[in-house]
Design a binder for this molecule. Structure first.
Ligand SMILES: Cc1cc2nc3c(=O)[nH]c(=O)nc-3n(C[C@H](O)[C@H](O)[C@H](O)COP(=O)(O)OP(=O)(O)OC[C@H]3O[C@@H](n4cnc5c(N)ncnc54)[C@H](O)[C@@H]3O)c2cc1C
Length: 492
């Protein structure tokens, strides 16, 4: 059975070492930097018990056991893929697309690993039994998996083993009878503060000389020695929900993970000392396609939200009917329809998981989507900002100004537009600033560009996953249709 929101919130009360502003957080669910976002995540769990969503969000377990979140289901048919997307859509609409790493993201990845278990069987270590137990534990415990699979930006020109020190990236430093001891760091643990377990791995290729770094494991967030060093909290900086409606409630936070001599029992290890399996875990299973399926559905929701914002802003400024404004809104909605169409097309062009069980969305479209989304998101933001003009800035600092006995009247008189008394207008434009211009908004722009890797990685992947030969052939065929020798001696 899936968890309730309250059960989820209680689970955050453990010995986790979350650091913020030089302080170790004692109680995540009540701390001012995390409490509202924890509540927003708890709301997602509550939705799985809502009679109107239970059949969309949950499904009978693989073994006919209690219901699990649909993201844990291995899809076997087109209908299964559609059902997954419908579940992603319900959750993403609850945060308007602003919780990128909601629990269904990595749950999809775990289902993806389980679709090709043989990737985890290597000469040095057979991770398949651990993978099977991990899948059961996460699915039936309805656990929230965070992940860090990127090495910190220390020196990007050097492989792991040639960095200035050996333990800058996570590696095994000791083997014991019962497991390994790991040391080093990983970036960026989005929502790790809110998770139950963290999976550590490496999504980039490692050279054979980096074999010590070729490992993957999942441990509870409160495992001794794990430290999460959080970035600035936008939730803590929010004045109120009215003033910062998104940052106050959907700040999933991002943390640097430090493994300070962490003991990892063997049964928690999935890949050990194998550079090929460390890479294939992500690319040779259905994990990556499943990630994109969730992320692309969320992105579609986010563009729906931003399109709605654009329409409301134009209406508030009474510019909606102007032809150039229709042009701008059409541009934004066009991008939204591209985003939606890519999800539907990737499902329709589904393919069997190579070497494994079940199906996945079309890999070529998945690859193109992550490039499209990183490219389009800043353009959408830019276009909505252009529509909004100075109204994003010409805003009283907070709702307190409106409530003030002396100022309130002035604010009401001058901060308004047809059909928009001051409170309604401030509410809309403060939401808009939080989505478009705040520090939270800026982090979202960076997120959409980098959460699936950097552009220098994902654009070449389109060439790799596509069929450039076929494209060449078509253009060649065009040129084969005429020859210089066929031309008259004088030009026309
Ligand atoms: C908000 C946010 C949340 C994230 N959440 C997670 C998470 O939950 N888990 C996780 O594991 N990761 C997460 N990531 C990290 C993400 O996986 C990385 O940012 C991504 O893999 C890109 O790596 P990088 O940031 O180190 O960029 P780099 O690889 O350092 O690239 C940055 C830039 O440097 C240049 N560059 C670097 N190397 C080269 C090269 N070889 N050739 C050409 N140009 C180069 C390019 O201009 C490139 O755009 C998150 C990132 C962001 C921004």
């Amino acid at each position: 059975m899936t968890r309730t929101g309250q059960q989820y919130l209680e689970s955050l009360r453990d010995g986790r070492q979350v650091w913020l502003d030089g302080e170790m957080i004692k109680d995540v669910p009540t701390h001012r930097a995390f409490r509202n976002t924890a509540r927003s995540i708890a709301d997602l769990y509550d939705l799985t018990h809502d009679p109107s969503h239970v059949n969309t969000l949950t499904v009978t377990g693989e073994d006919g056991g209690p219901r699990v979140h649909r993201a844990y289901q291995i899809p076997y048919t087109y209908d299964d893929l559609v059902a997954r997307r419908q579940a992603y859509k319900v959750w993403s609409e609850n945060s308007f697309g602003f919780l990128g790493r909601s629990p269904d993201y990595m749950a999809s990845g775990i289902a993806g690993f389980q679709s090709v278990p043989d990737v985890f069987a290597t000469e040095s270590f057979d991770g398949r039994p651990n993978l099977a137990a991990y899948y059961q534990r996460m699915a039936h415990g309805d656990l929230y998996q965070a992940f860090t699979i990127t090495n910190p930006q220390i020196d990007r020109t050097k492989p792991a083993s040639e960095q200035e020190e050996d333990d800058l990236y996570v590696r095994a430093v000791k083997e014991l009878d019962g497991g390994i001891v790991v040391r080093g760091a990983k970036m960026i643990g989005t929502a790790a503060v809110f998770g139950d377990e963290i999976i550590v791995g490496t999504i980039e290729p490692l050279a054979q000389q980096d074999v010590e770094y070729a490992l993957s494991f999942s441990v509870p967030i409160d495992t001794p020695g794990l430290k999460f060093i959080s970035r600035t909290s936008y939730e803590a900086a929010a004045r109120s929900v009215f003033d910062n409606p998104l940052s106050a409630r959907f700040d999933e936070n991002d943390a640097l993970l430090v493994c300070d001599d962490v003991f990892v029992p063997w049964e928690r290890v999935l890949v050990y000392r194998d550079v090929r399996a460390a890479l294939l875990q992500w690319w040779g299973t259905a994990a990556y396609a499943n990630f994109v399926h969730q992320a692309a559905t969320r992105f579609w929701t986010k563009l729906e939200f931003l399109s709605g914002l654009a329409i409301l802003i134009a209406k508030a400024n009474n510019t909606y009917e102007l032809p150039p404004v229709q042009n701008q809104i059409g541009k934004i909605m066009g991008w939204l329809i591209v985003a939606k169409s890519m999800v539907l097309a990737a499902e329709a062009a589904y393919e069997p998981v190579p070497g494994g069980q079940g199906v996945r969305i079309n890999n070529e479209i998945a690859s193109a989507h992550r490039a499209m989304a990183g490219d389009v998101y800043p353009k959408v933001i830019q276009e909505v900002k252009l529509l909004a003009g100075g109204g994003l800035i010409q805003l009283p600092a907070s709702g307190l100004d409106l409530r003030h006995p002396e100022l309130g009247g002035l604010v009401s008189k001058y901060v308004r537009s047809p059909g928009h008394p001051a409170e309604k207008r401030m509410k809309l434009f403060k939401l808009a600033w939080d989505a478009l211009g705040s520090e939270f908004a800026s982090r979202h722009e960076q997120y959409e560009r980098f959460y699936h890797g950097a552009p220098h990685v994902y654009f070449p992947a389109i060439v790799r996953d596509g069929n450039p030969g076929l494209l060449e052939q078509l253009t060649e065929r065009c040129m084969q249709g005429y020859e210089l020798a066929d031309e008259p001696a004088t030009s026309c």
